[in-house]
Ligand binder design. Structure first.
Ligand SMILES: [Zn+2]
Length: 121
């Protein structure tokens, strides 16, 4: 078993909080761009509409990814609060400290993550 030191936990918390703030900013920017595009679409000609629709789809996929990542980070932060950070959500084993330092938002141990990926493939 490989347990995080207080310092490492603090470092992870900061990393997660910074990333969460960044994602929230990206999502807000995306929302604004979308609202602007909606407001402008009334006057745009057909070609512009097609362009902005294509941009919209890329933007929507990005926003979806950001939202998923943010949800994962919020779960990790919640677990930090509860003192359950680093516990695998599938098998309850302690996740390796090196894995958590590399991927602070990881909620599964390597074994369970690999199993998930095999199942999805
Ligand atoms: Zn596990």
């Amino acid at each position: 078993m490989n347990i995080l030191t207080n310092e490492q936990t603090q470092h992870i918390r900061q990393t997660l909080e910074r990333r969460a703030a960044q994602l929230q900013l990206e999502l807000a920017t995306h929302r604004e761009a979308r609202e602007r595009a909606d407001a402008e679409s009334g006057v745009a000609d057909t070609k512009d509409v097609a362009n902005s629709q294509a941009n919209d789809e890329v933007g929507a996929a990005e926003a979806e990814r950001d939202r998923n990542e943010l949800a994962q980070i919020e779960t990790a932060l919640q677990r930090l609060e509860l003192g359950r950070y680093g516990e695998c959500s599938d098998c309850s084993e302690t996740i390796d400290a090196s894995r958590l330092l590399a991927q602070p938002a990881a909620t599964r141990c390597l074994r369970c993550q690999a199993q998930r990926e095999r199942m999805r493939a």
